[in-house]
Design a protein around this ligand. Structure first.
Ligand code: SF4
Ligand code: SF4
Length: 134
């Protein structure tokens, strides 16, 4: 990877996933690869609200119901209770954080680059952000 001057890279401390890896909203495009690849291991942790007011597990979602989705929420346990911890968060033997679904993680996670934010609440908490501060 080529690092441009001033560019920051994630240090894999995991603080953001631990702090904000739950209670996030998804988009329908997140679901498509999981459905195509039959990733019930992921879909079972997704809460989906449909336009008729029902709430189902992503595991039970049918392709023809995609147009009826009004909200996608991350994450829930297998019995449908919302969790306070992302089920896909882990650490390697060296203690660095890792996402066990990195290649197919949802957009909210893919686009998470806090060092580019003006968000002062987060700014002081991300080591990569801190390094960028004067
Ligand atoms: S808090 Fe910052 S450095 Fe730590 S894992 Fe998140 S983005 Fe990376
Ligand atoms: S899916 Fe991956 S990147 Fe997103 S909160 Fe969970 S561990 Fe972090």
């Amino acid at each position: 990877m080529i690092i441009e001057p001033g560019q920051q890279v994630c240090r894999q401390c995991g603080r953001c996933c631990e702090r904000w890896g739950w209670g996030q909203e998804g988009i329908v495009e997140d679901l498509l690869p999981w459905l195509e690849q039959d990733r019930t291991d992921i879909l079972q942790h997704v809460a989906i609200s449909l336009s008729d007011g029902s709430r189902i597990s992503g595991r039970d979602l049918l392709t023809e119901e995609l147009a009826r989705i009004v909200r996608i929420s991350y994450w829930q346990d297998t019995s449908g209770r919302m969790t306070r911890k992302c089920p896909f968060f882990g650490r390697d033997t060296g203690g660095l954080s890792l996402c066990t679904i990195h290649d197919v993680r949802p957009r909210v996670c893919r686009e998470f680059t806090p060092w580019n934010w003006q968000n002062t609440e987060f700014y002081g908490n991300c080591p990569a952000c801190r390094d960028k501060s004067p």
